[in-house]
Design a binder for this molecule. Structure first.
Ligand SMILES: NC(=O)c1ccc[n+]([C@@H]2O[C@H](COP(=O)([O-])OP(=O)(O)OC[C@H]3O[C@@H](n4cnc5c(N)ncnc54)[C@H](O)[C@@H]3O)[C@@H](O)[C@H]2O)c1
Ligand SMILES: [Zn+2]
Length: 365
């Protein structure tokens, strides 16, 4: 992964280096394409001929730009099909490559398009949210949601490269920056208490988009995630740790109809699962206190508002791909930086009564 302020200026050269000899298509969302899509101009002859008008009246460069509406509602099989059809209609094929530029929604969706298009074409990922830089663009997972739940259809499709420009975070709304921090806090909680403490201590610099603080934050989070992924690329063991907070988070996203964004839901999930671990006597009070303190440092929610029914959340958890043979499983922690249950036991099944009590503790009905 290349992390460097201003690196977007070199995007055409990087596309040529990592997608050599390929016709490149930019896949993005409307917001990000408008803000940063111009940086890919020059990677293709079609882009270079900006100003030339196609027979359909659009500028020639737009032929290589494929955008979707921003937000989680675009991460669907329908959008996968629409993008695939548009790529085919524009004449893309096995010789193409995809530059996916945007948040986790775009890198997951475009990554899944690339995994399947013409039996797989390479990608260059350009995350533009903090969540994308510290988490979604790392590890090779791509996919879309279905009516039954989050990320239920997807593929492992590692990118040719990941290029992150921390300067793009300057245009990110404060609440979206905070959403990304929830995943970084998770990295600290599962593997490195020092990282957790560092993030909380540098809250002002991070919120102020200090380039040095952001680069340090991204590099440490990426190192933690990459280390765990390297030990378990296909997600059969230790990688489950990265699902800390996510059994609850995915249920919150699903039941709220994605009104609660992913990062915010992860923050609430980390808190509910810390409470669950305490109730199951796997963790003490310090874990819950540390999670609550860290969430508050960034104005992340510590209670559901508006409330959601605990019964609906539990039903959503049963449909989640992390449920095994009807058991709802959680990647629980014993303390900040320390997983519960020792190195060979990454997830825990929990009784429904304990789950419901933990959900009520974060404001579920
Ligand atoms: N594949 C993985 O391993 C993995 C890991 C974590 C999360 N995810 C997924 O990531 C998704 C969440 O990603 P997200 O939080 O980045 O959300 P997102 O992609 O929806 O982006 C959030 C919003 O920020 C806007 N935006 C993006 N970059 C911007 C910029 N630089 N300036 C201004 N606005 C900008 C987008 O248009 C969007 O409206 C979820 O679907 C989640 O499941 C995947
Ligand atoms: Zn996540």
């Amino acid at each position: 992964m290349l992390v460097e302020p201003g690196i977007l200026e070199r995007l055409p050269a990087l596309a040529a280096e990592y997608l050599p000899g390929r016709r490149t298509a930019l896949v993005s969302d409307d917001t990000v394409s408008e803000l940063y899509g111009r940086y890919l101009a020059g990677a293709n002859p079609a882009w270079q001929s900006r100003g030339r008008i196609c027979s359909d009246g659009s500028p020639a460069g737009w032929r290589e730009r494929f955008t979707v509406p921003p937000g989680e509602h675009s991460k669907t099989r329908e959008m996968w099909a629409a993008l695939t059809d548009r790529l085919l209609a524009a004449g893309h094929g096995r010789g193409s490559g995809i530059v996916a530029m945007g948040g986790g929604v775009v890198t997951d969706l475009a990554g899944f398009v690339a995994a399947t298009f013409a039996r797989g074409v390479p990608t260059l990922l350009v995350p533009t949210t903090l969540l994308g830089m510290v988490d979604a663009a790392i590890g090779g997972k791509t996919g879309v949601n279905t009516p039954a739940g989050k990320n239920l259809v997807g593929a492992f499709h590692p990118p040719a490269a990941v290029v992150a420009d921390p300067l793009t975070l300057a245009t990110l709304p404060g609440s979206v920056l905070a959403d990304g921090l929830a995943e970084s806090l998770k990295h600290g909680l599962v593997a490195d208490e020092g990282h957790l403490d560092w993030i909380v201590a540098h809250a002002a610099a991070i919120e102020g988009r200090d380039a040095v603080a952001l680069a340090a934050l991204i590099e440490r989070s990426v190192a933690i995630k990459s280390g765990i992924v390297a030990a378990d690329a296909r997600d059969d063991g230790k990688r489950a740790l990265l699902n800390a907070g996510h059994t609850v988070a995915h249920a919150i996203e699903h039941v709220s109809g994605f009104a609660v964004p992913h990062g915010r839901a992860v923050g609430l999930g980390l808190l509910a699962e810390a409470i669950l671990a305490r109730r199951m006597k796997l963790a003490g009070q310090p874990l819950e206190d540390a999670v609550r303190h860290a969430l508050r440092a960034f104005g992340l929610a510590t209670a559901l508002a508006p409330s959601l029914p605990a019964a609906d959340l539990v039903a959503a958890m049963r449909a989640d791909k992390k449920a095994l043979a009807g058991e709802i499983r959680f990647a629980l922690l014993a303390a900040p930086g320390r997983p519960a249950g020792g190195p060979h036991c990454w997830t825990h099944a929990a009784a429904e009564g304990e789950i419901v009590a933990s959900l009520r503790a974060i404001g579920a009905e």
